[in-house]
Write a protein that binds this ligand. Structure first.
Ligand code: PEP
Length: 264
């Protein structure tokens, strides 16, 4: 794994998923504002996950700051005839330390399944990238009382043949599908229940120490207005933010409020 890279403690950790947004000039403007603010946000780990086309530019802009870089996806092979795909060595080369794997938009729209996600996690790990693994239930699954079993099966399948040393490098983002981009966030109790359960599964699979140290993020319509009560939950270590990360002021507010709550 990345030798120089050591994650701080558990929290707060805030990552912005820009999804398929931001041209080069827009990305520059957003990254510059976040870098400027980051010097007063030393209490948090901040990761930006822009689209592939602007990774190199954002990598240059965050140099010398505490802001870190993540990609939104990775291919499971390291090179070869895979038109349109981006590999782990390419992401590392451009300056990424993190990569989002298994986002629900890729699971649902691109039809990525747990086998593919497992391969992508392995590709990230062998290329010294920290995977941010997204899991979470659909509305239908929640309504049928299947939330916890869905979370469990995703962890089991996505982490198949991942050993303890490797698992220690994985960040899990609990992102209920019904909360992503909908403006309807999970309640603090719903988030805490899921995060507690994730920690319990990690404990069972990898032991107490790993489970206690694991960073577990919440994602799904996080905004400056709802972040405090979510951050107040013991097992919520930070956030994966989509829509609200596209605006510097709202993303910075989310980080500021997370630090405030976790430092209390
Ligand atoms: C996401 O894309 O991971 C996400 C949580 O999006 P949003 O914050 O827009 O719901």
């Amino acid at each position: 794994m990345n030798k120089e890279k050591k994650r701080k403690g558990r929290s707060p950790f805030v990552a912005g998923n820009w999804k398929m947004n931001k041209t080069l000039s827009e990305a520059r403007e957003l990254a510059k504002s976040i870098v400027k603010a980051s010097f007063n946000l030393a209490g948090a780990e901040i990761v930006l996950c822009p689209p592939f086309t602007v990774l190199y530019e954002v990598a240059k802009l965050i140099e010398g700051s505490s802001v870190q870089l993540g990609a939104q996806d990775i291919f499971w092979e390291d090179s070869g005839a895979f038109t349109g795909e981006i590999s782990g060595p390419m992401l590392l080369d451009v300056g990424c330390q993190y990569v989002i794997v298994g986002h629900s938009e890729r699971r649902q729209i691109i039809k990525e399944n747990d086998d593919i996600i497992n391969l992508k996690i392995k590709a990230a790990l062998r290329n010294n990238l920290f995977p941010i693994l997204c899991i979470g239930e659909t509305l239908e699954e929640r309504e049928k009382g299947l939330t916890l079993s869905r979370i469990e099966s995703q962890i089991e399948n996505d982490l198949k043949n991942i050993n303890q040393e490797e698992a220690a490098k994985i960040i899990i983002a609990y992102e209920p599908v019904w909360a992503i981009g909908t403006g309807k966030n999970a309640t603090p109790d719903q988030a805490e229940e899921a995060h507690q359960y994730i920690r319990k599964i990690l404990n069972r699979k990898y032991g107490n120490e790993l489970a206690n140290c694991a960073i577990i993020l919440y994602g799904g319509s996080v905004k400056p207005e709802n972040v405090v009560s979510l951050a107040e939950q013991d097992n919520v270590d930070g956030f994966l933010v989509g829509g609200a990360s596209l605006d510097a002021q709202s993303f910075i507010k989310i980080i500021e409020k997370s630090i405030e709550v976790k430092q209390k």
